[in-house]
Write a protein that binds this ligand. Structure first.
Ligand code: PLP
Length: 345
């Protein structure tokens, strides 16, 4: 009953098998291998657009490097107040941009709105030498609150950003969960809606450690090979990262894994809503559930071996507290049903 995070789960068997296959014999290093060469074509097919693709090992690196490609040291990155890159990346975006400033934008349920973005942009005057210059917008999809930006929401936010000359980055650590949730082709919710660069996640959804920075205009990736090398993410045995990504995309594995994770979260949320005193905070649109429960019930779950993080939410009290539960491709129905039985007992 581990609901701490989707990265607490192991590796999808198909991806493990691909790593083992890539382990046969020697191959060119630093991305000159055949598997890595195939990736650009594969991603271009998936996104129905010519792309430039750069595998890296962590989501933090993907975000920080992608932002650095579009944001000068005197630039500003606009992101949601709760964005992972704002609160959980230890200043990596600031470091890799050589000092750009992250400016947080408010918005309910993990989503900024065109108005809150517009208001935040209003504080910076383009060209004024005393002000940092607005450079990038970063959207997290699915959001840190388990909600998903709809197509029109992405397009409207991107339009506000582009109008002011900002590039649009998407933190897609959980992109697969969002694609499944929206039921739209990946192209529609990324570049067709105005996204310029994507952190494409795989680790949380079944890879060992593989993410990719995807540029929808390869011309803007001209110096990215150097940025990645300087960051220490030009992995010498790149074929093993690429093998993970290739297997992840094959036969829609990424979408099948995410569909399971999302379905498990829905089942969990439905059950939690039925628990006396249970309140699910946000719409459950991907694979995360935020719930308030009587502390007695939370304690009972912890004492019986369920693991998940306490997650304070405004309105909590000493008797009723909130927690975050995350499902994954490997979550078992039995674990959910056991947790619900314990919580409801
Ligand atoms: C939305 C989001 N983006 C990026 C990351 C970063 O991933 P990593 O831990 O691989 O650096 C995470 C990890 O929790 C995340 O939730």
């Amino acid at each position: 009953m581990n609901f701490t995070s989707d990265n607490a789960s192991g590796i999808a068997p198909e991806i493990m098998a691909a790593i083992a296959r890539a382990n046969e014999g020697a191959a060119a290093s630093y991305g000159d291998d055949e598997i890595t060469k195939r990736l650009t074509h594969r991603f271009s097919e998936i996104f129905e657009h010519e792309v430039a693709v750069f595998p890296v090992v962590t989501g933090t690196a993907a975000n920080a490097l992608a932002l650095a490609a579009f944001t000068p040291p005197h630039g500003a990155v606009f992101c949601h107040a709760h964005a992972h890159l704002n609160v959980d990346e230890c200043g990596a975006p600031e470091m890799f941009t050589a000092g750009a400033k992250l400016l947080s934008v408010e918005g309910a349920m993990g989503k900024m709105t065109p108005q809150t973005l517009h208001d935040a942009l209003g504080h910076l005057f383009p060209g004024l030498v005393h002000h940092i210059q607005a450079a990038t917008l970063s959207l997290t999809q699915a959001t840190e609150m388990g909600t998903v930006y709809r197509l029109d929401e992405i397009a409207e936010l991107a339009a506000v950003a582009h109008e002011r000359g900002l590039a649009v980055h998407m933190d897609g650590a959980r992109l697969a969960n969002a694609v499944v949730s929206l039921g739209r082709p990946p192209a529609e919710i990324t570049w067709k809606a105005g996204v310029d660069v994507l952190s494409f996640g795989a680790t949380k959804n079944g890879a060992l450690a593989a993410e990719a920075v995807v540029f929808f205009d390869p011309a803007r990736a001209a110096d990215f090979i150097f940025r990645r090398k300087r960051s220490g993410h030009l992995v010498s045995k790149m074929r093993f990262l690429s093998a993970q990504l290739e297997a992840y995309l094959d036969d829609d594995l990424w979408l099948r894994l995410a569909a399971h994770a999302n379905a498990m979260a829905t089942r969990l949320a439905e059950g939690l809503r039925r628990i006396p005193g249970g309140k699910v905070h946000y719409p459950v649109e991907a694979n995360e559930v935020f719930v308030r429960l009587p502390l007695t019930r939370l304690r009972k779950l912890w004492l019986n071996g369920a693991s998940f993080h306490p997650w304070p939410v405004e309105g909590d009290s000493e008797e009723e507290q909130s927690a975050r539960l995350v499902t994954s491709f490997a979550t078992r129905v039995e674990d959910i049903d056991r947790l619900l039985a314990l919580a409801g007992d």
